[in-house]
Design a protein around this ligand. Structure first.
Ligand code: TXA
Ligand code: MG
Length: 355
């Protein structure tokens, strides 16, 4: 059984002790719930990978409470040279939803970084995460606290859906505030490169760095609003496996997306399929008269609300037992919209219809 703890000082102390002894504790961060393990304890980290059923090739983010901890863990001088920009970014964005990929110091076990010579580090802003780090006095390796390939958890209940009985404890700190995972910025590349978009946006980073590149899955899955109709974007690598609900999700993008969706959804419903629909609030009424389950993400111009609702909505649709999910794409090329578009595309695992 997994113990569910409140956020009292006694509970935090218990959770911290559990982590120090090599246990697995899920806790809220400002982005999503993380599943923590002692980052310097290779056995604990191996148990963490097993609990999540996560492939050992996927590196973890190390969470710390202060800049001094980063200096101790990273394998390079951060005061001078190319990595001094890490300090500037830290001063601007930490604590907060930004992960910096830096050279791995020898203290970090290879299990944490999946054998890479780099390590992702971040100082989270959530008061419970901070209290836990301060009480444990160790760096905490923490991926999102979901089973591998499932949507990230934004509530303690989501953590239990996936991991009850597989981890020691979860601290219930209520809903997380951002709702999508941290921005991952690789500072070891020639040009600082966003590997995963998040609430710290490219535009925000560009105020402190001369150039910021966008890489990884994002680059591999560019947005083509006027792509020929009906073609599915190929989904390379990790893209296909992440953030997916159980029911297959098909994403509609482009100027005619809503009309196409309404047509396909009513056709599927007529054939007796149990259909789930994921749309911004203003479009929910279009599906009102159909026998389908609609989850609205909030107003289309309120990206922050949409981000906080996305994963919960995917889990709600799954829990309602739908056979298929149809979602309306986000037509954004900047700000938090980039992160939302990225997560929806990953959830679609390649089933993207450009209209
Ligand atoms: O908001 C978050 O980042 C949450 C909370 C718990 O902090 N954590 C999270 O962890 O989302 P996870 O494991 O689900 O995602 C970590 C991402 C992965 O895409 C991984 O590939 C990337 O960070 N990452 C970690 N270390 C890396 C490294 N050394 N080089 C490149 N990418 C790395
Ligand atoms: Mg994850």
């Amino acid at each position: 059984m997994t113990d569910v703890l409140d956020t009292s000082a006694e509970s935090i102390a218990r959770a911290a002790e559990c982590l120090r002894r090599g246990g697995l504790v899920a806790f809220p961060t400002e982005t999503v719930y993380g599943l923590g393990a002692h980052a310097l304890d290779a056995d604990a980290v191996r148990r963490l990978f097993a609990a999540k059923a996560r492939p050992a090739t996927d590196p973890l983010i190390v969470h710390v409470s202060a800049w001094e901890d980063v200096e101790e863990l990273v394998g390079e001088d951060l005061l001078t040279g190319p990595y001094s920009r890490a300090r500037r970014l830290a001063a601007c964005f930490w604590p907060g939803p930004l992960t910096l990929v830096l050279p791995r110091g020898v203290r970090i076990p290879r299990e944490v970084t999946a054998g890479l010579d780099t390590a992702g580090v971040r100082i989270p802003a959530h008061p419970v995460a901070r209290a836990l780090l301060e009480a444990a006095r160790i760096p905490i390796a923490a991926p999102s606290a979901n089973l591998f390939s499932r949507p990230s958890p934004t509530l303690a209940a989501h953590v239990l859906q996936d991991l009850d009985g597989r981890i020691d404890m979860v601290i219930d700190g209520g809903a997380t505030n951002v709702g999508v995972e941290s921005t991952v910025l690789d500072l070891t590349a020639d040009v600082p490169t966003i590997l995963r978009p998040g609430a710290v946006t490219r535009e925000m980073l560009e105020q402190y760095l001369p150039t910021v590149a966008v890489g990884g899955d994002l680059k591999a899955a560019p947005y083509h609003p006027y792509h020929s109709e009906g073609t599915a974007t190929p989904s390379p690598g990790m893209l296909a496996k992440h953030y997916s609900p159980r029911a297959p999700l098909t994403l509609y993008e482009g100027p005619h997306a809503l009309e196409r969706m309404v047509g396909v959804v009513s056709g599927s419903a007529e054939r007796g399929q149990l259909v789930g629909v994921l749309v911004p609030r203003e479009h929910a009424a279009r599906f009102e008269d159909l026998p389908v389950r609609v989850e609205d993400l909030g107003p289309a111009d309120d990206l922050r609300t949409m981000a906080t609702r996305l994963y919960a909505a995917l889990r709600e649709l799954d829990a309602s037992g739908v056979d298929a999910i149809f979602a309306l794409g986000i037509d954004a090329t900047e700000g938090l919209g980039t992160a939302l578009r990225d997560r929806l595309r990953r959830a679609a695992a390649g089933r993207i219809i450009s209209t």
